[in-house]
Design a protein around this ligand. Structure first.
Ligand code: SF4
Length: 470
């Protein structure tokens, strides 16, 4: 039988694209496999946002070459941002790759899968024998339907970005803003809800710059439309730009009860000269104003961010300003990086800061950020939180991992609950006993089918409403 293996690098846009590829493949009769050695088509969905991601992608391609050597009918496919960026030189660097699809070619990839499908059915027996010759490849395929795959859906609302931050490769490989019509987005959300999604994440590189091509409806209008869908438990979105956080959007966020109380608003750094060099289009004072607006309309929400240290030209004073801003705002979570030059972007041509300085700055920043993250988690200790199941804990399969609606990881022993029960009742009530920087741990008390639904306790499986305890 034709089967597809998909390995994904990078952001949630890529995860959503991989889900699209998996759906198209399944519709054409492929099985989605977690093991590359069992696949007739191997897809690598790549990222170029950091040098490391690019190196890893080429490393994985080299691994997959062995599959091709064992059976030339196996198709190796590369898509995503690296495919867009290196389309011309990939043939030279990885000649065994059969097809390269850029970020705007996913529909063509889906069509190619359908075309290839029948040929694989005939080759199947040969493949099985030759696979035995291949050394273990490592890695685990994405989009393989596990018991909880249906509970979350990522829906792309927009491709590309027109803002050209001087460090970012995205506009160069994904192109300028290309917003989907609201009708298409709503139709995809409805399909996800029908498949059992409890939570939908609207994703875009600059999601709050969304503007519907035909009507001009903005992101706040889109949120209202999606939140009104029947059967939707929770709604959230990633990633926003401070420039496009308007009073209208702030008011809409505060007024929609379906929205998860978590807002991701990248600040990147706390120094105006560096923000200018980054072409971020706001000042520290602008960012503070946006946060004041946010706190006014969404007082109990978690605020999370992205930060870059050692950007070209960042002085000790610039970095200290970033530390001070992070301490002042107290983010509930932050993704922190040492600047990584990307070929084809302006900042890659500027004088670079030594890696040891970047690493030291990252360490100092993490110490400040982690203190606030831990404090956010400590607030949950002793309370009962309702969280959406993710799956068995990677470190201990006897425990279940879940995310609260403000995006905090919680872990609890499964106890007498079965995975089958959690697949149907994926909201879990956990009493938080411990708080860490990575999240919280506690005891699983009950499950619920819907976010606002009645809880079923572990002891008698009696239906008791635990919401009041939260
Ligand atoms: S806003 Fe800047 S960092 Fe974000 S995708 Fe656009 S260019 Fe890249």
């Amino acid at each position: 039988m034709a089967s597809i293996y998909i390995e994904t690098f990078g952001c949630q846009m890529n995860e959503a694209d991989s889900q699209y590829i998996a759906n198209r493949a399944s519709a054409s009769g492929y099985a989605v496999t977690a093991d590359a050695a069992q696949a007739t088509v191997v897809v690598l969905n790549t990222c170029t946002v950091r040098d490391n991601a690019e190196k890893r992608a080429y490393g994985r391609m080299a691994h997959f070459k062995a599959l091709k050597a064992a059976n030339p009918s196996v198709k190796i496919v590369v898509c995503g941002c690296l495919a867009e960026q290196d389309r011309d030189r990939m043939q030279g660097k990885a000649p065994y790759v059969d097809a390269v699809f850029g970020t705007r070619d996913l529909a063509r990839l889906g069509d190619a899968l359908a075309e290839w499908h029948d040929a694989f059915a005939e080759d199947d027996e040969d493949l099985t024998e030759q696979r035995l010759l291949v050394d273990p490849l490592g890695g685990r395929g994405d989009c393989v339907g596990d018991a909880f795959a249906h509970v979350r859906a990522f829906v792309n609302v927009q491709r590309g970005c027109s803002y050209y931050c001087t460090y970012c490769i995205v506009p160069h490989v994904r192109g300028r803003f290309d917003n989907r019509p609201i009708g298409d987005i709503l139709a995809e959300c409805r399909r996800a809800i029908e498949r059992g999604a409890r939570e939908i994440t609207l994703v875009g590189q600059t999601v709050n710059a969304y503007a519907e091509p035909a009507s001009g409806a903005d992101f706040a209008d889109l949120l209202v439309a999606v939140a009104a869908l029947d059967g939707l438990d929770r709604l959230t979105f990633l990633t926003s730009h401070p420039k496009d956080y308007t009073a209208k959007l702030a008011a809409t966020m505060g007024a929609l009860p379906q929205l998860n109380p978590r807002f991701h608003l990248p600040v990147q750094c706390g120094s105006d000269p560096i923000l200018r060099r980054m072409n971020r289009k706001y000042t520290v004072a602008n960012y503070r104003d946006k946060i004041a607006l946010f706190r006014e309309t969404c007082p109990d929400w978690a605020l999370t961010t992205d930060l870059i240290v050692a950007f070209p030209g960042e002085s000790d004073d610039d970095f200290e300003a970033t530390l001070a801003l992070c301490d002042e705002i107290g983010f509930a979570q932050a993704f922190m990086f040492v600047y990584s030059p990307r070929r084809g972007t302006p900042a890659a041509l500027w004088d670079q800061i030594a890696p040891e300085i970047g690493n030291e700055r990252l360490r100092r920043l993490a110490a400040v950020v982690d203190r606030h993250v831990r404090a956010w988690h400590e607030r949950k200790r002793g309370t009962v939180v309702r969280a959406l199941v993710q799956g068995p804990s990677r470190k201990d399969p006897a425990k279940i991992a879940a995310k609260t609606i403000d995006n905090v990881t919680v872990i609890a022993p499964l106890g007498s609950f079965s995975q089958a029960e959690l697949a149907v009742r994926p909201w879990i009530d956990v009493r938080v006993d411990e708080a860490f920087t990575w999240g919280c741990a506690g005891e699983l008390l009950a499950t619920a089918e819907r976010y606002d639904g009645a809880a079923r306790r572990v002891d008698a499986r009696a239906t008791i409403d635990l919401i009041a305890l939260r």
